[in-house]
Every structure is written in structure tokens, then in C-alpha cells.
Design a protein around this ligand. Structure first.
Ligand code: PLP
Length: 481
């Protein structure tokens, strides 16, 4: 593709993207296709000869777009609603053009140094202390796994050198999370060879926050049994409800046993850029590491997750391995990304975050997140005021957990529980099938619960009102079944 053709098709595609955002509300949020539909329309073997871009773009329109679930749709309220943004997309475009492999400082000084500066800006915006240094990974799952690996390196059991298997001298190493923690922590524990037995889940209180007393008792009990408790993972903004573990109360428990405290703030950490919400990170000034995902709530396209830690040395000790062909004269004086993780080559992700932060500024980012929280509280107030609906958890940020709960006279508790689960599931599928909005669900205290997450840069009050109407329409239709 010569530069002339690139320029022509590139301009067309930028127009295409702008048109996509202009018409996105006319598209169904959830892809209206059945499993296998797309595959059955694509050739099973690769093209023998090159094809013109026009033909490829025509297939993009005809085949790929209908198979998309539109995360950028302003009525995408499922999972954690997120969104990309203009400056973020342009940053990605440039990253693809530069195609740097930022493994060593010299293979991409720009990526290495811009990452340092951008993450320090973000640290300041979030009100984290200067002892925290950041590094970018792809996802929170990977960030947390690296944090646990660094914590494990800190227990001084020569695990890097000797491994864990076949070692009678090694006690059972344990990580502690709440029952509401994200499954990525368990996956990280499995990946690191600690085994599911190496994870202990601590009960939560009535508001889905880790119970610090139960945590302290579990650690004491494990120590009595000869185990080695080495890491606590607290969650600020759990996936099901956005509940916030009491980090301040958890801190002294970890410190008493010289354990690493990792904070999973993958979702909610971004909210700390709003000055009046900064207190969600209270206690994190004594945490050992914290993960936050700008790809969740900082309008940065997927993927970009940041791990902050005050023990970069341990992370390095866990992962640095420099073969001869990667040695450079400056290696002692610079930071090379590949020393801090499993990957060698790393994408130039900082560029898009830098562009997002500069384009919106601290105030602009905070204003958008503040508005999302306001909209969520407004939706929660409608739920609360309605006799047919109920809130299932507090709404500290921009996620509302709720369900339809119309009364039927003379029903037993058991029948009511079954009826409401079935009703809410049907309401959710009914709303999603309209293509006008997308919700997801969780289970809280064994009750099927609907989740409405607001995090898209294009979501306004109109979209929140519309989904409330859709929900009520479904309830009117299904409520009597
Ligand atoms: N931690 C929490 C609290 C989350 O909510 C999520 C995803 O929603 C994750 C971790 C995993 O995020 P990622 O997809 O970046 O691995």
C-alpha cells in the first residue's frame, strides 16, 4: 500500500468512523446474530491474491458490523460500561503506525519515557502518593497477576530459583480476597502455581464489603496451621456491585503479618480523579500495589491497565531476565519494560492515554465521571421511589444494582424468589432484544439482580430515561406472567 493509497483509504476510514459514531444510536446495541452466523459467511480458506480495500470495506459493512456488539453505544449499560474517545482512537492509530516494541529503553525511548510521565500524571490526578510508580499492562487480570508475583518474590522462599513443586520445605502460600473479588485474582493465583487452595475467600458484610474481622481470623487460623499468608487483595469497586472494601481497616491486618496489600481498583480507581470521590482510595497510601484500568472509565480504548507499586524492585526481581542479545550499554541507567513482566515486546500504549489526558484535562475527565455518577444516582432514585422495583445494593459510584419486585398476594417466600428470578431474567432479555439498550446481571444473596452501569462518554440523561421506560414496559408486559 503506497502512501497515496494509504492517504485515500485512510481518509475514507476516518470518515467511516465519524459516520459510525453519528449513526451508532440507530444500530442495535447487542449484535443481532446467532452463534456461527458470521463464520458461515466467511471463506474457510485464505485469499490467494490480494484484494482491493474497497472490497474489504464493503465486507466490513456487510458482514462485520452486523456481528458487532456496540460497546460505544450510549445505551450500553452492561458489565462495566466503558468507552473509547476521539483522542484515544487517534492515539491507537499512531501506535499502530509507529509499531514500536517497547521492550528496552532503546527500542522505544518515547514509549518508555512517555509511560513514566503519563503514569505519574495519572498518579497525581488520582491523589496517590509519590511512592507509587506505575507500569502499563494490557488488562487488570495481568496487572494483578504481576502484583501477586511480586508479593510472592517478597516472601524470600527462593521460588524464582527453585519453583514450588516437589518442595517439602515450602509451606502453603495463601492469598486473601473477599467473596466478591473478581475472578481474575483466582486466575492469577492459578497461573502462578499457587493453586486454588492458595486462595481464601473472606465473607462480606451486608453491603458486599470484605469483613476485616473475618480476614484477621482467617489469617491467624492459617498461621496456626503452618500456612504462609503473604498477600491480601482488597477491591475498590467490586464487579457485581462496585462495593468498596474497607482498605483502612485491612491495612493494619496486613502490616501485622508483613503481608503485601494489593488493591484491585480496576473499575473504580478512575473515579479518584474526581476530587470529591478521592476518598474511595482512603488507606491506599499504605497499600503495596494498586491496579486501575483507564480502558474502563478514562475514555481510553481497550487495552490499557496500570499497576502502581511502591516495590518496583521486587517486580523486577521476579521477572528480569536479560539474555545477551538484549544487553545494551545504557541498561543500568534506564527502565526497560520487559524487566517488569512476562512479555518481552510491549505496545506503545501510553500514547493514547497521554492524548486523552491532554485533550480532556483533569477537569474534563472528572466532569464526565461526576456526571455518570449523578445519572446513576438519579436512576437509583427512580428505582427507590417505585413500588414495583427495588435496589439490591448501595450505589457508591455509577453502577446500579436493582430488580423488579412486584408483589403477589399469598405467595410463599420460595415461590416469590423463583418468580422474581424468572421475571428479572425475562425483563433483561426483553430489554436487550429491543436492541435499544443492553443490561447485564449478577446474583446477590442468591437473587438475580440487574446491573445498570454508566460509563460511556456519550451517555446522557435521555439514554438513562429511555432504559427506565424500556424496563417498565417489559415489567408491564411480563409482570403478570
Ligand atoms: N477487577 C475488577 C474489579 C473488574 O471489574 C474487572 C473487569 O471487569 C477486572 C478486574 C478484569 O479486568 P480486565 O478485563 O482488564 O482483566
Amino acid at each position: 500500500m503506497d502512501t497515496q493509497e494509504f492517504r485515500r483509504v485512510g481518509h475514507e476510514l476516518v470518515d467511516w468512523i465519524a459516520d459510525y459514531f453519528d449513526r451508532i444510536e440507530d444500530l442495535p446495541v447487542l449484535a443481532a446474530i446467532e452463534p456461527g452466523d458470521l463464520k458461515s459467511q466467511l471463506p474457510a480458506s485464505p485469499p490467494q491474491h490480494g484484494e482491493p480495500m474497497e472490497k474489504i470495506i464493503s465486507d466490513l459493512n456487510r458482514l462485520i458490523v452486523p456481528a458487532l456488539t456496540h460497546w460505544s453505544h450510549p445505551s450500553f449499560f452492561a458489565y462495566f460500561a466503558t468507552s473509547t474517545s476521539g483522542p484515544g482512537i487517534l492515539g491507537e492509530l499512531l501506535t499502530a503506525a509507529f509499531d514500536n516494541k517497547a521492550m528496552l529503553w532503546r527500542t522505544s525511548p518515547a514509549s518508555t519515557e512517555l509511560e513514566d510521565v503519563t503514569l505519574d500524571w495519572l498518579r497525581q490526578m488520582m491523589g496517590l502518593d509519590a511512592g507509587m510508580t506505575g507500569i502499563i499492562y494490557d488488562t487488570a487480570s495481568v496487572s494483578s497477576m504481576h502484583a501477586i508475583a511480586a508479593a510472592r518474590e517478597g516472601v524470600e522462599q527462593r521460588i524464582r530459583e527453585e519453583g514450588m513443586s516437589g518442595r517439602p520445605d515450602l509451606p502453603l502460600l495463601r492469598v486473601y480476597v473477599s467473596e466478591q473479588a473478581h475472578s481474575s485474582i483466582e486466575k492469577g493465583v492459578i497461573t502462578l502455581g499457587l493453586g486454588q487452595r492458595g486462595l481464601r475467600k473472606i465473607p462480606t458484610d451486608g453491603e458486599f464489603r470484605m469483613d476485616p474481622k473475618a480476614l484477621a481470623a482467617a489469617i491467624e487460623e492459617d498461621k496456626r496451621n503452618g500456612y504462609l499468608p503473604f498477600c491480601i487483595v482488597a477491591t475498590v469497586g467490586t464487579t457485581s456491585t462496585s462495593s468498596i472494601d474497607p482498605v483502612r481497616e485491612i491495612i493494619p491486618i496486613g502490616e501485622k503479618h508483613a503481608m503485601w496489600l494489593h488493591v484491585d481498583a480496576a473499575y473504580a480507581g478512575s473515579a479518584a480523579v474526581v476530587p470529591e470521590l478521592r476518598n474511595i482510595l482512603a488507606g491506599c497510601e499504605r497499600a503495596d500495589s494498586i491496579v486501575v484500568n483507564p480502558h474502563k472509565w478514562l475514555f481510553t480504548p481497550f487495552d490499557l491497565s496500570v499497576l502502581y507499586t511502591r516495590h518496583m524492585d521486587l517486580l523486577r526481581r521476579a521477572f528480569s531476565l536479560v539474555p545477551e542479545y538484549l544487553r545494551t550499554p545504557e541498561q543500568e541507567n534506564v527502565r526497560s519494560g520487559s524487566d517488569y513482566g512476562i512479555q518481552l515486546g510491549r505496545r506503545f500504549r501510553a500514547l493514547k492515554l497521554w492524548m486523552v489526558m491532554r485533550y480532556f484535562g483533569h477537569e474534563g475527565l472528572a466532569a464526565r465521571i461526576r456526571e455518570h455518577c449523578r445519572l446513576a444516582k438519579q436512576f437509583a432514585s427512580w428505582v427507590d421511589a417505585s413500588p414495583d422495583w427495588e435496589l439490591m445494593a448501595p450505589t457508591p459510584l455509577a453502577l446500579v444494582c436493582f430488580r423488579a419486585a412486584p408483589n403477589v398476594d399469598g405467595e410463599t417466600d420460595e415461590i416469590r424468589a423463583k418468580r422474581l428470578d424468572a421475571l428479572n431474567e425475562a425483563i433483561m432479555h426483553g430489554v436487550n432484544a429491543t436492541g435499544k439498550a443492553l443490561l447485564s446481571h449478577t446474583k446477590l444473596n442468591d437473587k438475580l439482580t440487574l446491573r445498570l452501569s454508566i460509563g460511556n462518554i456519550r451517555t446522557t440523561e435521555k439514554h438513562v430515561e429511555q432504559v427506565w421506560q424500556l424496563l417498565n414496559k417489559q415489567l408491564d408486559t411480563l409482570g403478570q406472567c
